[in-house]
Design a protein around this ligand. Structure first.
Ligand SMILES: Nc1ncnc2c1ncn2[C@@H]1O[C@H](COP(=O)(O)OP(=O)(O)OP(=O)(O)O)[C@@H](O)[C@H]1O
Ligand SMILES: [Mg+2]
Length: 1015
């Protein structure tokens, strides 16, 4: 049996403390009062399970090294696995009676799980029972036949947990299992598809169980990322097994993935064999995103002591700033430090780039956009953000604050004050100057001292960076006795500034280090010798960039300057369209870009299917200065804005293409910074045409864009020349939709009126404007609880779209009408509309639309024909899974269907996903999810249902009529007074509490349900 994990954690904390000769009191005083002595004592006795971020602070205060931190983290994570069903980390239920000895030392772990096991239990319980027995027998036999030990079976996802002394045998066993599973005959309705993951690590056995859970949880996370039928292998296992597998097995590299809860990205391989499927959808990404940190493409060098310092500062302060001159490596260090501490933050580590923000007022918007937070009526963005972050345990990286110091400082202060578990890590050339700020200066990389020997030279950080980057462009490059002196000169000449070193190293294919050293010596002769410190570093860097710039061809120079207008990088397509022409042949843009990448002046990043090209901030500023000096800034920013306005329309027009590559959600979310830059340029310079074109790109239902951006359209409507502009009516109508999504009913109504008047005034009213107004009014009606009106308005919009020839819009709007009818308890009226929505979607041929249409049909017939509704639900979910995208909208529909057909488990499962996807969206739609979950819980957990009802009522002015029944059931079970009390408690919860409470209740109910169907 396992030791009680919290106790194990507690004794670990105690032993770390005692080893450092600290008393509980002295430890607490080191933490500046962040915890009390009582808390520490309770943690050490295993009475309190600390929040992970408290534990992170404890670890920092104890000054733990990285191995100790890992051990502490593993103990905490193991506790999490046992503490609650919400965790998906570790298997349970030891397999009785096997008694084989567990391998120790270097152990390869194999974890398996059955895809969709809860669904199978739900739909075909008897077949599942038989299939599972067959599965267990098969897996145990194969594993034991390969010398493995089955530690537990029927754990998470009905899986098996096995350990092997040999990595080769473990991988072979997994492959053999999959081959046997492939060939097996399964009971009807229960053909099992099993996911598998393997990882190798050091493991000690204590009391018949593995003492450290770290390798096991890593294995669990890899397994969770796999699809049924797929075997994933970590780098550690591949290093031992690769090349020695035989039997037709191979390992194919899938790439680096940042798996939830792991600080470092994991390189993942897939097991291949002629008899096994080779094609799988992208790895299963975590349901709850735990951050957005970029995965760096190049290696990280040195910085051990700066990382330690950052780590300690993060443990002590709430605002930590990494300071230093441009290009010294602040951003890189911040990302690395954040990734290391991310596991200590339950809500992950998130990076907000402030470099693209030009205007102090845009700071809060830029951070809000990272989380997709939108201000509601009468609320500032800062407030909305604070509300969103209030209960979260989160690390926020604010990158490049220097040009907006005051605004960044004000935001940091406000957030730190109102969000007790938020920690901010900023990078800036100067300190923010806020109270309690901890500064961690970032020095240049270490350079070899005078007279250093070869060993010391090769070990110096700056030399290592030079050597790595040079080898990347000139394979085989090494620092040798011959070139060591020259490399040392280069690194010293460049003051160890990483960006300068990268620029120099990029020239190694054309110049030897000795030539490079001579060139630098000459170009830097102007720099005053002997000056040191930030100013000198700055000049060194400036001179290095100048020097790299002079070596470029003229088109490359011109391109670099023009690229400075992009915010957050560009695709090749965008770079060609915006920067091409006028001295640059558009067809040659790619070549120049590739050359700039090779010279380290442009960073190429793989983001989904497309590569993005981005300038590091120092270089972007340099380019901007060039553009400014040539008097060309306005011209290229105008082209940028006009390109993105057009891009929005292109995405809109192709939103429903069957080609998943152009999938709008993915493409648009990558361009948020550019869209915002275009919008602020257009409104800032009074370019009404472009501003209106951007707004028109969101017509008529920006909802399907997933609340990606909600623009303050009013800013454009008031510009000089706006009123008489032909685009005015549509711009006003879209602004009304935006306002209605902020629940600003008065503002939205006023905008609708203005749009309608202007449209009528044109003489030939535009149907698109009418359609958009209908959708804005539909939103307003829903907010007010006037569902029958909402249904009528959505139907009207669909009629207009259809007459105008836009089948896709018509289909979506009919689906909206269906949901409104159902909310109004008039499903019969919805049936013909739903059938039409689906027919139109099929005619348009777009899988995403068909998925929505199927749900509309399912919803309309749920009460009269549950069989058909279930089939629709299933088909729709399969379609969206294949597309790799479930819209928040669809998940709400799907939850509704599951509820109406009385499928408790599916309601709770889908409901949880719907909650997560609405977490940053509209309160109104979240309220509907809450109502449904309250309905699902009313019979078994009336208290919880009452509390959730209370929370839902605060977000929806009028509850849908069907909820009267839920209220009735709850009141009957609890008595009037108690029901009222509990609803009051729900009404008092803030957004985060309500979300967390409802999620937890749904999760518990779901696991009880599963335990009951399969004890
Ligand atoms: N420790 C490191 N290991 C590897 N590469 C590094 C390291 N530090 C910095 N670099 C590289 O040097 C370049 C400049 O670093 P970075 O962008 O982090 O500088 P910065 O201080 O944030 O500059 P700015 O003030 O312009 O934002 C980047 O290409 C980065 O990847
Ligand atoms: Mg930076």
């Amino acid at each position: 049996m396992q030791a009680d994990p919290p106790e194990e954690l507690g004794s670990l904390v105690r032993s770390f403390r005692e080893r450092r000769g600290l008393t509980q009191e002295s430890l607490v005083s080191r933490m500046a009062g962040a915890v009390t002595v009582e808390t520490v004592s309770n943690i050490e006795r295993g009475r309190t399970r600390p929040r992970r971020h408290t534990l992170g602070r404890l670890a920092a205060a104890l000054g733990l090294g990285s191995a100790e931190r890992d051990a502490l983290w593993a103990a905490w994570a193991a506790g999490a696995a046992v503490a609650g069903p919400a965790s998906r980390a570790l298997p349970a239920a030891p397999l009785a009676g096997r008694g084989a000895e567990l391998p120790a030392g270097t152990v390869t772990f194999l974890l398996t799980g059955i895809e969709g096991s809860s669904w199978l239990w739900e739909t075909a319980p008897e077949a599942m029972e038989a299939a599972l027995e067959q599965h267990d027998r098969l897996l145990c036999a194969v594993i034991e036949g390969h010398g493995g030990v089955v530690v537990t079976s029927r754990g998470e996802g009905e899986g098996v947990f096995a350990a092997f002394a040999s990595a080769v045998a473990a991988v072979q066993a997994a492959g053999a299992c999959q081959l046997r599973l492939q060939g097996a005959e399964w009971p009807a309705g229960a053909a099992l598809r099993v996911r598998m993951g393997l990882h190798t690590g050091e493991a000690q056995v204590r009391d018949g169980d593995y003492a450290s859970r770290a390798p096991v949880s890593r294995c669990a996370r890899v397994t969770a990322a796999a699809h049924g039928g797929q075997v994933l292998v970590t780098q550690a296992t591949r290093d031992l097994a690769g090349g020695r597998l035989g039997g037709g097995f191979g390992l194919q590299r899938l790439g680096e993935f940042r798996l939830p809860g792991l600080a470092e990205p994991e390189l993942v391989y897939q097991l291949t064999h002629a008899g096994l499927p080779a094609e799988f959808p992208p790895l299963v990404t975590p349901a709850e995103r735990t951050g957005n940190l970029p995965v760096p493409v190049s290696s990280f060098i040195g910085r051990a002591s700066e990382l330690e310092r950052a780590w300690a500062a993060l443990g002590q302060g709430r605002v930590v700033t990494l300071t230093g001159p441009g290009g010294v490596g602040k951003t890189r260090l911040a990302v690395q430090a954040a990734a290391q501490v991310a596991p200590w933050f339950g809500d992950g580590a998130w990076l907000a780039e402030l470099a693209p923000v030009r205007d102090p007022a845009g700071v809060a918007d830029a951070v809000a956009a990272v989380f997709g937070v939108t201000a509601q009526a009468g609320q500032g963005t800062g407030e909305a953000l604070a509300e969103f972050l209030r209960g979260k345990e989160l690390l926020l990286v604010l990158d490049n604050c220097e040009h907006l110091l005051e605004a960044a400082a004000a935001l940091a202060t406000g957030l730190a004050r109102s969000c007790p578990r938020l920690v901010i890590l900023a990078t800036s050339r100067e300190a923010l100057g806020v109270d309690g700020e901890r500064l961690v200066p970032v020095p240049p990389l270490g350079v070899p001292g005078a007279g250093a020997g070869l060993d010391a030279i090769v070990a110096a950080e700056a030399v290592r960076l030079f050597a790595e980057r040079a080898a990347a462009v000139k394979p085989g490059f090494q620092v040798t006795a011959q070139n060591a002196a020259a490399v040392t000169t280069v690194c010293r000449r460049l003051d160890g500034v990483p960006l300068a070193i990268e620029l120099a190293a990029a020239r190694v294919p054309a110049m030897t280090p000795a030539e490079l050293a001579r060139r630098l010596e000459r170009s830097f002769a102007v720099l005053a010798a002997g000056r040191r410190g930030a100013v000198a570093h700055h000049q060194t860097l400036r001179a290095t960039i100048d020097w790299s710039f002079q070596l470029l061809t003229e088109p490359e120079q011109v391109l670099l300057a023009r690229l400075a207008v992009f915010a957050g990088g560009a695709t090749l397509e965008a770079a060609e369209a915006v920067c091409g022409g006028d001295g640059i042949d558009p067809d040659a843009v790619f070549e120049s870009l590739a050359s700039l990448v090779a010279r380290s002046l442009v960073v190429a990043e793989e983001r989904g299917p497309r590569t993005r090209y981005r300038l590091l901030e120092t270089i972007r500023q340099y380019g901007e200065q060039r553009l400014e000096a040539a008097g060309e800034t306005d011209r290229w920013r105008a082209r940028h804005a006009s390109y993105y306005a057009g891009f929005l329309h292109q995405v809109r027009d192709h939103a429903h293409d069957p080609d998943p590559e152009v999938f709008w959600a993915v493409r648009l979310s990558a361009e948020q910074d550019n869209l915002l830059a275009a919008w602020s340029w257009a409104t800032g310079t009074g370019d009404v045409g472009t501003a209106f074109k951007i707004l028109a790109g969101f017509a008529p239902v920006e909802v399907r864009l997933g609340y990606l951006l909600i623009l303050p359209g009013e800013a454009a409507l008031g510009l000089p020349g706006a009123a008489g502009h032909p685009g005015y009516p549509l711009a006003a109508a879209v602004s009304a939709v935006f306002a209605s999504n902020r629940a600003d009913v008065t503002g939205a109504e006023e905008l609708c009126r203005r749009a309608a008047d202007a449209n009528a005034g044109t003489g030939t009213p535009d149907w698109r404007v009418e359609e958009t107004i209908c959708m804005a009014r539909q939103n307003i009606a829903t907010t007010r609880g006037a569902f029958a009106d909402a249904a009528r308005l959505a139907g009207q919009a669909a009629g207009i779209a259809r007459a105008g020839g836009d089948l896709a819009d018509a289909s979506l709007e009919l689906s909206t009408a269906v949901s409104s009818h159902v909310l109004a308890s008039d499903a019969p009226a919805a049936v013909p509309l739903a059938n039409e929505a689906l027919a139109l979607a099929r005619k348009a041929g777009a899988p995403g639309l068909i998925a929505t249409g199927l749900l509309a049909v399912g919803l309309a017939v749920a009460e009269t024909d549950p069989g058909q509704a279930r089939a629709c639900l299933r088909e729709s979910l399969e379609l969206s899974t294949a597309l790799g995208h479930h819209s928040a909208y669809d998940l709400l529909f799907a939850t509704g269907i599951a509820f109406l057909i009385g499928d408790q488990a599916a309601t709770l499962e889908l409901g949880r996903r719907a909650i997560r996807s609405h977490q940053r969206g509209s309160g109104l739609r979240m309220a509907f999810v809450f109502y449904i979950i309250a309905g699902a819980l009313a019979g078994t957990r009336p208290e919880a249902a009452a509390i959730i009802l209370g929370a839902a009522e605060t977000y929806a002015a009028e509850p849908p009529r069907a909820t009267q029944l839920i209220t009735l059931i709850v009141t009957e079970a609890l008595g009037e007074e108690r029901a009222r009390d509990l609803r009051g408690r729900g009404a008092e919860m803030d957004w985060d509490q309500a979300v967390a409470y409802t999620l937890a209740q749904a999760t518990q109910a779901l696991s009880e349900l599963q335990a009951a169907t399969h004890p």
